[in-house]
Design a binder for this molecule. Structure first.
Ligand SMILES: Cc1cc2nc3c(=O)[nH]c(=O)nc-3n(C[C@H](O)[C@H](O)[C@H](O)COP(=O)(O)OP(=O)(O)OC[C@H]3O[C@@H](n4cnc5c(N)ncnc54)[C@H](O)[C@@H]3O)c2cc1C
Length: 382
């Protein structure tokens, strides 16, 4: 009986800590086991975004509802510049934030450290250097298990003017995009790809050079570098052997842009509720996340199938939209034709053999269906 002993959570990422905060606040004894020596160890102080367009509920209200205080870096995203593969730039404006920037990593001001402090203040015990097997956990929040997407990032301190630049070009970031965020003296350059993982360094270098041809920015020698991957899969059950799987361990992710934070916080909170209210976790997450994930699969298919011409159209429409938040919300809406397309994409992209994803039976994508991209030539200096 869980009620007689501490709830055991494997993983102190956003999903595990969101669950711990809700449980501990409700008076439950909670033990969070974290394999690493600190929170956020796979990140480098980089800027990430909690997206705000997939739900009607604004991000600050969402955080408040699930009991998370904003004691970390938190800044609205209301503008950006998008570039297509020809270098055409479009300024994006939004009447309400399309997301909120946060920082990730094992340092002050990050989301990870903020959630850790809140979990401890609520009474949860967090044990570092403590790896917990899924079979011994009540909540499995261990993050991605194998790469469905891969990113290389760099972060450094800078005095350069603020920028939120996103580069859409399948040649330089196959299936993904690259980005330069400079906010409040922190710069993050990243290249996220969904194909051809072996050549991530090539794509990263070409993406940096292309961004520098748009406008020069200095990357100091002491910039921090990190590689990390992302998981996406679809399933009916995010439970196995009595454990609830949350966050990326359960494959929860917006597959269009590889954004998993809102899913991680939501699923962690729902796992806690299912314990506190003695409710079926699968029923809870399916109601909030299943249709949304399915729509994101279709969005991803369209993103890739349209090639660079499709991305150019996306950039143009985003630039023309009076309110980018509203435009992006349209992509997240479940339309009848997306519901029809989804089973076809599932059949077409299905991975048939064994994979490393965790909980129970699920759908995941075959690597054979990745975008095919020709090799890149030498990097052209800016
Ligand atoms: C470069 C990059 C940029 C990203 N940018 C964004 C963004 O801008 N917006 C967005 O929404 N999403 C973004 N994402 C995705 C987002 O970071 C993840 O979806 C999110 O971190 C998932 O949270 P999680 O709690 O499931 O897993 P994690 O954050 O990976 O946490 C899992 C934790 O579990 C620990 N662990 C693993 N195994 C065990 C074990 N057996 N026992 C104990 N502990 C264990 C790990 O050490 C880790 O600390 C990005 C991802 C990457 C890689």
């Amino acid at each position: 009986m869980i009620a007689d002993r501490p709830v055991r959570i494997a993983g102190a990422g956003p999903s595990g800590l969101a669950a711990a905060i809700s449980l501990a606040r409700a008076g439950r004894a909670v033990e969070v086991h974290e394999a690493k020596s600190d929170v956020g160890m796979r990140f480098i102080g980089d800027l990430q975004i909690i997206e705000g367009a997939s739900e009607r509920e604004p991000v600050p209200d969402f955080l408040e509802r699930i009991g998370i205080a904003r004691d970390f870096y938190f800044r609205p995203a209301e503008w950006a510049t998008f570039y297509d593969h020809r270098g055409v730039a479009r300024v994006i404006r939004s009447s309400q934030p399309f997301g909120w920037f946060i920082r990730r990593g094992a340092e002050e001001g990050t989301l990870d450290r903020g959630l850790l402090a809140q979990a401890r203040n609520a009474g949860a015990t967090v044990l570092f250097n403590s790896r917990l097997a899924a079979e011994s956990a009540d909540i499995v929040a261990t993050g991605p298990a194998s790469p469905d997407g891969l990113a290389r990032e760099m972060t450094w301190r800078t005095g350069e003017p603020e920028r939120i630049d996103v580069f859409f070009n399948h040649r330089l970031a196959p299936g993904g995009y690259s980005y330069l965020f400079i906010l409040d003296g922190i710069a993050t350059f990243g290249c996220a790809i969904v194909a051809d993982f072996k050549r991530i360094d090539d794509y990263f270098q070409h993406s940096v050079a292309a961004a520098q041809r748009m406008h020069r920015f200095e990357i100091p020698a002491d910039a921090r570098v990190g590689y990390s991957y992302m998981n996406f899969h679809l399933k009916r059950h995010a439970t196995a052997s009595g454990a609830r799987y949350v966050g990326e361990a359960a494959g929860f992710q917006d597959y269009l842009f590889g954004l998993g934070l809102r899913y991680a916080l939501t699923s962690g909170h729902l796992a806690a509720r299912s314990i506190l209210e003695n409710r079926d976790f699968d029923e809870l997450w399916q109601r909030e996340l299943a249709a949304k994930q399915e729509t994101s699969l279709v969005n991803r298919f369209l993103y890739e199938a349209g090639g660079n011409a499709g991305l150019s159209m996306f950039v143009r429409q985003a630039g023309r939209a009076r309110d980018f938040h509203r435009y992006l919300s349209g992509w997240h809406q479940r339309r009848w034709w997306k519901a029809l397309l989804s089973p076809m994409i599932r059949r077409f992209w299905r991975h048939k053999g064994r994979c490393q994803h965790k909980p129970a039976e699920h759908w995941c994508r075959s690597r054979d269906t990745e975008m095919k991209v020709p090799p890149l030539g030498p990097v052209q200096s800016p």
